[in-house]
Structures are given as structure tokens and as C-alpha cells.
Design a protein around this ligand. Structure first.
Ligand code: RB5
Length: 143
């Protein structure tokens, strides 16, 4: 699967872990940065990942900041993005099954790396259920 991933400095270390996980699983990873621990602005990285989704260059995205909150707020401003901030695997599964989330947000200062990897694994392998859930998504979508 083609996956874009981005973080700010608050999510940088966890991003490195998740990039390693994704690469190990055989995914085609487009890492937009950041590429070091220096302070940066999370909306710049949210935009790069979300633009890739809206342009059809990747299927899904993963965004990581300190809490995941800023990334999820910024990502959900993009009309074709449905970003889900998940702290545990149940929400991750439901965000795919019921909400067809196309961006997963994580908080490095909230979620440990082992749990984050489980969240990513569940999120990437859970299909959208469609049906009544599609109709509900259309109710809040711009297009
Ligand atoms: C950076 O200090 C922090 O504000 C950012 O990573 C994120 O948590 C914002 O929502």
C-alpha cells in the first residue's frame, strides 16, 4: 500500500519507529518529514500528507505529533480527508470500519511505541464496512 507519513518534532521518534514497521511490512512509504528533533510546525506536515491523499498519490496517511491533536485538527480541514486520532486499537478498528478514516493520527507523548505499532497494524488491515456508514460519511462530506 502507498502510505504517506509525517510528524513534527513531538512525533519524530515515533515516526521513525512506524516507518520501520511499515517498511518491514512491505509498504511503499512516502516520508514527508520532519527529519530531526528541531522544532517545526505540525500544519506544514499535515498539509503535505493530506495533499498527497487529495491528489491520489497515496492511499492513506499517518500523522504524528506530541498529542495527535494538532495533526488531527489540521488534517480534517482538508475536504477529502477523514483523520482519526486513536489511542488504542478498538478506536483504530472502528475508524476504518465505520468512518473509512484515510488518515491515522497518533500522539507520541500519549501512546507508547508498542501500542502505537498495534494501532497501526489494526488500522491498516481493517476494511470499511460500507452500507449505512457510507451514507453517514456523505452527510458530512464536502463532495
Ligand atoms: C509541540 O510541542 C506540540 O504542541 C505538538 O507536537 C502537538 O502536540 C500539537 O498538537
Amino acid at each position: 500500500m502507498k502510505i504517506a507519513i509525517g510528524s513534527d518534532h513531538g512525533g519524530y521518534l515515533l515516526k521513525q519507529t512506524i516507518v520501520e514497521q511499515l517498511t518491514g511490512l512491505g509498504h511503499d512509504v512516502d516520508d514527508v518529514g520532519c527529519f530531526g528533533p528541531e522544532s517545526v510546525n505540525y500544519p506544514d506536515y499535515a498539509r503535505q500528507v493530506c495533499e498527497r491523499i487529495e491528489e491520489g498519490r497515496v492511499e492513506v496517511g499517518i500523522l504524528i505529533c506530541g498529542t495527535g491533536l494538532g495533526m488531527s485538527m489540521a488534517a480534517n480541514r482538508f475536504p477529502q480527508v477523514r483523520a482519526a486520532l486513536c489511542h488504542e486499537p478498538f478506536s483504530a478498528r472502528m475508524s476504518r470500519e465505520h468512518n473509512n478514516a484515510n488518515v491515522l493520527c497518533l500522539g507520541e507523548r500519549v501512546t507508547g511505541s508498542g501500542l502505537a505499532k498495534d494501532i497501526v497494524a489494526v488500522w491498516l488491515t481493517t476494511p470499511f464496512a460500507g452500507g449505512r456508514h457510507q451514507q453517514r460519511i456523505e452527510q458530512f462530506s464536502h463532495c
